[in-house]
Design a protein around this ligand. Structure first.
Ligand code: GTP
Length: 271
């Protein structure tokens, strides 16, 4: 790390957006949308691809892990399965990450946004030493925020919603960076139900109780566990931004970039 994030007074610094999302959440489509949106505003982003296994990328990255490591070759050489291959490729790339950061820092004054695409198998990035090293290196160099992408149509069931939010909460806990929940695919499923559940604890608990009753007449233990988890989530929601977007139609881009700006301010105040 060559530059202290807080000390670049007067110097323009881009904000780094680390995009994390489960497979199928629409992360790739969203990256493409963010890229074309920023191009249309004459502020093209600097893009880093950290997913060694992505086969088709509909945008071009400035730095692409695939140019440095071939994860299929890594699988063969080390006799690994796909997940081990991705993890090992990320580990190998991490050993060069100081150079990568050097390139990003060189361009820092010319760009407003650095977008980081991460492996679709989220846990490989969020729960590996390499993922932490990369995240910490970026965040100690430039203002950095996390965008967690949610497949909104697939998260309308109260229990699935809770699982997804607890997962997001665990990522916040791991990265400790300003956090944005991005409800994607609002063209198919508007995200107002999610906002209501995030703002109104009782509405959410009522929905949860209803669905639990319908499914199996939940036990007292499950009800009490769910009640406790709701309280955890209420605290989690207090500290983040939630926006709805459609990577497909481009709806919600302004809300997204407003949230990035707000998260950046949080970074500048707290980190
Ligand atoms: P992996 O490549 O498997 O990691 O998935 P990903 O998270 O990168 O998702 P991808 O962008 O490939 O999108 C998954 C599917 O969702 C594709 O069929 C997309 O066309 C679709 N999709 C993505 N964003 C949207 C959206 O905003 N609206 C709708 N209707 N579909 C979307």
């Amino acid at each position: 790390v060559t530059q202290d994030a807080g000390s670049a007074e007067g110097k323009k610094q881009p904000v780094v957006v680390i995009c994390i999302g489960m497979a199928g959440s629409g992360k790739t489509t969203l990256m493409q949308r963010l890229n074309s949106h920023l191009h249309s505003k004459n502020t093209p982003p600097y893009i880093l691809n950290l997913d060694p296994a992505v086969s088709h990328m509909p945008y071009s990255a400035n730095i692409d892990i695939r140019d440095t490591v071939d994860y299929k070759e890594v699988m063969k050489q080390y006799n690994l399965g796909p997940n081990g291959g991705i993890l090992t490729a990320l580990n190998l790339f991490t050993t060069k990450f100081d150079q990568v950061l050097g390139y990003v820092e060189k361009r820092a004054e010319d760009v407003d946004y650095v977008l980081v695409d991460t492996p679709g198998q989220i846990e490989i990035f969020t729960w590996s030493a390499s993922g932490s090293i990369i995240t910490d290196a970026i965040a100690s160099s430039l203002p950095t925020v996390v965008a967690y992408i949610v497949d909104t149509p697939r998260t309308t069931a109260p229990a699935t919603f809770m699982s997804n939010m607890l997962y997001a909460c665990s990522i916040l806990y791991k990265t400790r960076l300003p956090f944005i929940i991005v409800f994607n695919k609002t063209d198919v499923q508007p995200h107002d139900f999610a906002l209501e559940w995030m703002q109104d604890f009782e509405a959410y608990q009522a929905a949860l109780n209803d669905s639990a009753r319908n499914e199996s007449g939940e036990s007292g233990y499950m009800n009490s566990l769910m009640g406790s988890m709701c309280l955890v989530l209420e605290e989690f929601y207090n500290n983040l931004r939630a926006v709805g977007v459609s990577a497909m139609t481009g709806e919600g881009m302004r809300a997204f970039f407003d949230a990035v700006e707000e998260a950046r301010r949080e970074y500048e105040t707290d980190y």
